[in-house]
Design a protein around this ligand. Structure first.
Ligand code: GN1
Ligand code: MG
Length: 362
């Protein structure tokens, strides 16, 4: 166990009040997060250690977040929002003037103001799916005119062509000698690979735009108030240029699966139409004004793309001997890949319904 001098780290930031208690917050898998409780009138804070093994360019990452939060703040001010500090994250400057601090052990830290009386949720209901759709659509909408180009915090994060290349490389090397057991899955993925890579082709042809997207749209990346109303979108590390499919499709991949993405019992996997309809309704309410016809036309593709991509990523990691995703048992990644493939097949069966429903909203 490494010992971390939390008080020493906090002393590097311009926080007010005196620290009463520091306790772990949330259950994120990537960063370590703490709730910093202060005395008296001063606000509480959130202290986070940024995982710089995954996010290798912390300077770019924090710059993106600063641009995005400042832009959202100016949008909220322009429409006279009253409780702005609850509707956008606010970062605290370090003594260096940056919004992060690098300690002697090369660990990266940042501090945000804690939004009081806010809660996160883990389960998606039709009601919260509608709210999430609206909020993520609105998040993209506020960012359609960010004043400067942003970098990719994980280069080619949702690039399907890259993910296929990584799978093919894993297959060619077969480092963990696991290929024999999964060849049929690889073959099935290869059959649809070209179709699933169509977004990248359309982008190269100049027909499909990239926009600033959240790229990790899950219900637990949103804060709600005590009455259950959405306050704001959080977890901004993956905010970067991408196809809007990243936000629309990836939410449905987790939210509209009847079970968890790693449930080994694939008879429980399936596409939840009710959640799909609720999320899509909310999303299009916010997003339809700025989406281009091709983006709207390709939404059904996005619903299939994300379980497909996630299957490719889990399977490649399994073949590589589990080097990326944390596993709890040896076939964990294989179970995840099978789960996502099952969801993918079920989404494909539902494509006519998905298209028809989207048309009813236009
Ligand atoms: C990772 O750790 P988590 O759940 O936030 C991954 C996502 C995957 C997800 C699958 C940076 O996200 O892209 O969809 O696992 N994030 C990164 O469980 O690779
Ligand atoms: Mg999160």
């Amino acid at each position: 166990m490494e010992t971390i001098d939390i008080a020493g780290i906090l002393a590097q930031f311009e926080i007010s009040g005196s620290v009463k208690e520091v306790k772990p917050l949330g259950n994120g898998l990537i960063n370590d997060t703490y709730h910093v409780v202060t005395d008296g009138e001063a606000p509480d804070y959130v202290l986070q250690r940024i995982n710089n093994a995954i996010f290798q360019d912390v300077d770019l990452l924090q710059h993106n977040i600063e641009v995005v939060t400042a832009h959202i703040r100016s949008k909220l001010e322009a429409c006279n929002t009253t409780d702005i500090d609850r509707r956008v994250l606010q970062f605290v400057k370090a003594l260096s003037g940056k919004t992060y601090y690098r300690d002697e052990a090369d660990r990266y830290w940042r501090v945000m103001v804690y939004i009081p009386d806010s809660v996160t949720r883990e389960a998606v209901t039709p009601e919260s799916a509608y709210d999430c759709g609206k909020a993520f659509g609105n998040f993209e909408k506020m960012l359609v005119d960010v004043p400067e180009p942003l970098g990719e915090t994980i280069p080619d994060f949702h690039n399907m062509e890259l993910r296929m290349r990584q799978l093919r490389e894993a297959v060619a090397n077969d480092t963990a000698s696991r290929l024999d057991g999964v060849r049929v899955i690889v073959d099935e993925l290869e059959r649809d690979a070209e179709e699933m890579c169509q977004a990248e082709r359309l982008y190269r042809e100049g027909k499909l735009p990239k926009r600033i997207c959240h790229c990790d749209t899950k219900v637990n990346n949103m804060l709600f108030d005590q009455q259950g109303q959405v306050l704001c979108v959080i977890d901004l590390d993956t905010v970067m240029p991408s196809f809007i499919f990243s936000d629309y499709g990836d939410f449905l991949r987790t939210g509209a699966n009847f079970t968890a993405e790693d449930d080994p019992n694939i008879s429980r996997v399936g596409f939840n139409q009710e959640i799909f309809k609720a999320f899509t309704t909310g999303y299009l309410e916010s997003a339809r004004d700025f989406l281009t016809p091709i983006e709207i036309e390709m939404l059904p593709y996005a619903v299939a793309l994300f379980p497909f991509m996630q299957c490719v990523r889990f399977l490649a990691d399994y073949i590589n001997g589990d080097t990326y995703y944390k596993i709890k048992y040896p076939t964990h990644n294989l179970d995840r890949a099978r789960n996502q493939l099952t969801l993918y097949r079920d989404v494909r069966r539902h494509t006519p319904m998905i298209s028809a429903f989207i048309h009813t909203l236009l």
